[in-house]
Design a protein around this ligand. Structure first.
Ligand code: 5GP
Length: 175
């Protein structure tokens, strides 16, 4: 069994999410806005973020992008396994991502959504991992910058475990 070390408490996460929601509300000022959550990892982050958004003109959708493998390393292979259902042409769109590591998934998604000609395309990520960035896509709304480690909880999994945890932990693997 792996061990878990606490990295971000519930309180810290929710405080940061409140701040992100305030910034988004300020930037879009009741203009219509589509939030696209990336499954499965961002499902808890998106639902908490939305509860602090005051803008009444929002729509919500989900996309699922998979990079191959169940391991803790990102692969070069990205596929879309659930598409967006809301038309995005001429809309303000925010991609809501749980964690950005190499940036490959985000680059793929950003380029995919751009093809629908949104009016505005922004990115919101709860965690930006600085350690392994290969593809540099600017993130407009960042929750936390974390240097290293494999994180679980608050939507993030390790082989599908730990998504339900209300805090974020680093996985410490047995030698
Ligand atoms: P990237 O394409 O940026 O290398 O990786 C992004 C995806 O890899 C995330 O959406 C997430 O699914 C997974 N990932 C990257 N780092 C971590 C991590 O520390 N913990 C977990 N649970 N998933 C991660």
């Amino acid at each position: 069994m792996e061990k878990l070390n606490l990295v971000l408490s519930k309180e810290k996460i929710l405080q940061k999410i409140k701040e992100l929601a305030e910034k988004i509300d300020k930037d879009f000022n009741n203009e219509s806005l589509v939030f696209i959550g990336t499954l499965k990892g961002a499902f808890i982050f998106l639902s908490d973020l939305l509860r602090y958004i005051k803008n009444p003109n929002i729509q919500i959708d989900f996309v699922r992008v998979k990079s191959y493998g169940m391991s803790d390393t990102s692969s070069e292979n990205v596929i879309l396994t659930k598409d967006i259902e809301i038309p995005l042409e001429g809309k303000n769109v925010i991609i809501v991502e749980d964690i950005v590591d190499t940036g490959l998934t985000l680059k793929y998604l950003y380029e995919y959504i751009k093809k629908f000609n949104p009016k505005n395309l922004k990115i919101c990520a709860l965690i930006d991992k600085k350690e392994r960035k290969k593809f540099n896509i600017p993130i407009d709304y960042v929750g936390f910058e974390i240097e290293k480690g494999f994180l679980v909880g608050y939507g993030l999994d390790f082989a599908e475990k730990y998504r339900h945890l209300p805090e974020i932990y680093e996985v410490i693997k047995d030698e």
